[in-house]
Ligand binder design. Structure first.
Ligand code: 5GP
Ligand code: MN
Ligand code: MN
Length: 318
């Protein structure tokens, strides 16, 4: 069942008491979507709580309202749970959330293969960002979008579209952006704040670049980062590493980029495609997911074993 923006808006108008969450490891789209919808509901006089299971990365703190996000998981089961930017229950923030106890769940997402786990589902994988879907709902709720709501919408769209350049960036993407600028959003603020890097990160990059490996005649670029590597540099927070995969994807001749990162438990793989190769499909084989050109998964297996498996599969198709 895929309810349209209008139906979701009607349900939101008729009800009260909302907890908003998104996936763990917050990104621009998850934070932007939570804030834009949360602040809209507040403006309508609703009781709203916005949650993130992980701290908000420093890079997003130029958006003043991020202070309103509670770093915790929702436990008021009488609330309507609004889940944003999550493709499936497994990615429903942290494992500890007892989402089956919530009487009503609204699922708003743009990932392919969303499992429609909500009682109300508003999912469309053609959209560049969950923030685009949130925008369509907000248009049903507000006459005019105030700047404090336009800014987080722009954050979601700007970051998930790779600054208006990835597949699925559509005329609608630019139409929404144009309206948000009329509502007071300044694109300069986004470019300057989101591109800022700490000195420690630059030093880390010069180290990391030396460890890039290339396979299959340079069509696959791979980098492994250990916890120790990260600790050796004065990084403000690990979210800075998020842009690292883009350097790999942008290497001339690279068709598939792979970044493996040691985590507290196990390893996190991020994949990007610069060709028709579908990394989302590959990551689903490992219990992860994502889009054709950007996807990921987590594993407890050692990266050396995984990368050799991945190379077997990828080289057959390239
Ligand atoms: P990233 O590599 O930036 O962490 O993620 C790229 C894309 O893949 C995002 O759209 C993200 O939602 C998705 N993704 C990354 N890791 C996972 C995962 O473990 N499970 C699922 N379902 N999707 C993931
Ligand atoms: Mn996201
Ligand atoms: Mn997203």
């Amino acid at each position: 069942m895929n309810n349209r923006a209008k139906e979701i808006a009607e349900f939101l108008k008729e009800n009260d008491g909302f907890s908003l969450v998104a996936h763990n490891g917050p990104d621009g789209d998850s934070i932007g979507s939570i804030l834009a919808l949360g602040l809209t509901l507040k403006l309508l006089g609703k009781r709203v709580r916005m949650y993130s299971s992980d701290p908000i990365p420093t890079i997003f703190q130029f958006i003043q309202s991020v202070k309103e996000i509670i770093i915790d998981i929702p436990t008021d089961f009488n609330d309507i749970l609004i889940v944003l930017d999550c493709s499936d229950e497994k990615r429903l923030i942290v494992q500890e959330i007892q989402y089956e106890k919530f009487a009503k769940i609204i699922n708003i997402d743009h990932h392919p293969f969303n499992t429609n786990f909500g009682h109300y589902n508003f999912c469309d994988s053609e959209k560049i960002a969950t923030a685009e879907l949130v925008y369509l709902i907000i248009k049903e709720l507000l006459e005019k979008i105030p700047k404090e709501i336009a800014d987080p919408l722009y954050l979601g769209i700007y970051t998930d579209s790779g600054a208006f350049g990835y597949d699925n960036t559509s005329p609608l993407t630019h139409e929404i952006a144009s309206e948000l600028l009329r509502c007071g959003t300044s694109p300069v603020d986004f470019k300057i704040n989101l591109e800022k890097k700490s000195f420690g990160y630059l030093k880390f990059l010069s180290f990391a670049f030396q460890n890039i490996k290339q396979f299959n005649n340079g069509t696959v670029s791979y980098l492994y980062i250990s916890e120790g590597d990260l600790q050796a540099f004065d990084l403000k927070d690990y979210s800075e590493i998020d842009g690292l995969i883009d350097y790999l994807r942008n290497i001339e001749g690279t068709l598939v980029a792979i970044l493996a990162k040691e985590e507290k438990e196990g390893f996190k793989f991020s994949l990007r495609s610069a060709s028709n190769f579908d990394v989302g499909q590959l990551c689903r084989e490992y219990g992860g997911g994502g889009h054709k050109k950007a996807a990921g998964f987590s594993t407890l297996e050692h990266p050396e074993k995984i990368i050799s498996e991945l190379m077997d599969k990828i080289s057959k198709q390239l």
